[in-house]
Design a protein around this ligand. Structure first.
Ligand SMILES: NC(=O)c1ccc[n+]([C@@H]2O[C@H](COP(=O)([O-])OP(=O)(O)OC[C@H]3O[C@@H](n4cnc5c(N)ncnc54)[C@H](OP(=O)(O)O)[C@@H]3O)[C@@H](O)[C@H]2O)c1
Length: 177
């Protein structure tokens, strides 16, 4: 009999995506984030700490201090002999799932290439919307249909001397199909 295992069944736990976008869904420029929002980094840390985070090789290379502490870091690359300090290197999503067998929740933290491969399978979306449009962005989050998601949390934050733009924290859960 044919093996009916589908991609969706490869990881039975919760697949979470966490991202900060501008009003046009931009996420990055020249290998870096669009801007520095300390409160967003703080939220990112609070949400992802003690979990597994999966990222593309380019996002890993953008991290100022390498692997994120207190998290299992998984880096996706096609380079067979790649090694990154304090990281598990994977060469496919199938390989990622093998390393997440004992996890109940896995976070996909970017960048664009990774988001595009996982968003249709994500159960939870932690979105920070930066209320600004960056002209020089070169990487983007895929468009999502908000009808497919239930809003769980929304928290507007005003710009201040450390945050150049207003921004809003959203948490969405995918509606049952
Ligand atoms: N705003 C945010 O929340 C946020 C979050 C994260 C990142 N970012 C930004 O996003 C930008 C980077 O995004 P990006 O799309 O250019 O790069 P990326 O998604 O971080 O990394 C792409 C790389 O990942 C590897 N890869 C992707 N899919 C793979 C697969 N299925 N199997 C094996 N390897 C795979 C490939 O590495 P190899 O080329 O080595 O094969 C590919 O070149 C940066 O500007 C970063 O700052 C923003």
């Amino acid at each position: 009999m044919q093996n009916n295992t589908t991609k969706e069944n490869e990881f039975p736990g919760e697949i979470a995506v966490i991202v900060a976008t501008d009003e046009n869904n931009a996420i990055g420029k020249k290998g870096n984030l669009l801007c520095h929002l300390p409160n967003d980094l703080k939220r990112f840390k609070q949400i992802t700490e003690h979990h597994t985070v999966v990222m593309g090789r380019k996002t890993f290379e953008s991290l100022p201090k390498g692997a994120l502490p207190n998290r299992k870091n998984i880096v996706l690359t096609s380079q067979k002999n790649a090694e990154y300090q304090d990281c598990i290197v994977c060469h496919s999503l199938d390989e990622v799932w093998q390393h997440c067998e004992n996890e109940d929740k896995v976070f996909f933290i970017g960048g664009e290439q990774i988001y595009r491969q996982i968003i249709d399978r994500a159960n939870t979306l932690y979105l920070t919307r930066i209320h600004h449009t960056f002209d020089d962005a070169d990487t983007f989050f895929p468009a999502i249909n908000l009808n497919e998601w239930t809003l769980i949390e929304k928290k507007k934050q005003d710009a201040d001397n450390r945050h150049p733009f207003d921004y809003t924290f959203f948490t969405y859960a995918r509606k049952d199909k």
